[in-house]
Structures are given as C-alpha cells and as structure tokens.
Design a protein around this ligand. Structure first.
Ligand SMILES: [Zn+2]
Length: 125
C-alpha cells in the first residue's frame, strides 16, 4: 500500500508567506523531502528564478543535485489552483507538485502528481 504525501506544517506556512511576498507575481520553488516516507520538509528556492504575473521559469542548470528534490511548488496570485498547460508539462518529471493560491491561508493549495491528477497532501506537525 502506498501512503499519501505529507508536508510539515512549517513548510506549508513558509510557502504561503513566500507566495504572499511575491504578489502580484508568482513564487516558485522546489520541494525537498524523502521519496520513501513521502514527507516534504523543506523548500529550495533557485536563485535565478524569473517570476512574472502568470509564469515563472526555473533555471534547471542551477538546480542542485545534492538535494532530495521530490517536486515543485508555485503560487497562483488568483483564487484558482488549477494547473495551466505549461504547469502540466512541468509536472511530468516530479512526484508531487503544489500550487498555492490567493489568499494564501494554510489550506489554500492543491497537490498534483506527475500526470497532473489531484492528490491528497496531509499537513503534519
Ligand atoms: Zn501555474
């Protein structure tokens, strides 16, 4: 049996703070965690990420290989966390992808697998 993905409460709260700070632009980063226990415990922000109101581009050459990158995270400054077609393509190489959405309270997010299907993400202490 495969367990659901979980995220540390402080990590999801950091994501919401970063999402708020980036307004009116998108915030984007990578999710750091353990693919075996399926726990996300940190985020990694790539230095040269270019953020715009409707897109953000990650410089793949600056992604460190030493981190346990399990997925991606980005914010939608609007009240929708539905993935765009560009989001769907980007999701393909990740186990889990989080989209946070305005107004960025603790539960203002959706999580998707590599196929862009909605999956459960539990917040743990
Ligand atoms: Zn998006």
């Amino acid at each position: 049996m495969v367990s659901n993905w979980k995220i540390k409460e402080r990590t999801i709260l950091s994501i919401m703070e970063l999402s708020k700070s980036a307004m009116p632009n998108e915030f984007s980063g990578l999710l750091v965690g353990d693919p075996d226990s399926r726990v996300i415990n940190d985020i990694y922000i790539i230095p040269a990420t270019v953020n715009g109101p409707a897109s953000s581009t990650i410089r793949q050459d600056l992604v460190p290989l030493s981190f346990s990158i399990v997925g991606s995270v980005h914010s939608h400054p609007q009240q929708s966390s539905l993935p765009s077609s560009a989001d769907m393509r980007f999701f393909q190489s990740k186990y889990i992808n989080i989209i946070s959405h305005f107004p960025f309270n603790k539960y203002d997010f959706s999580a998707y697998n590599s196929k862009g299907q909605n999956i459960a993400l539990e917040i743990i202490p």
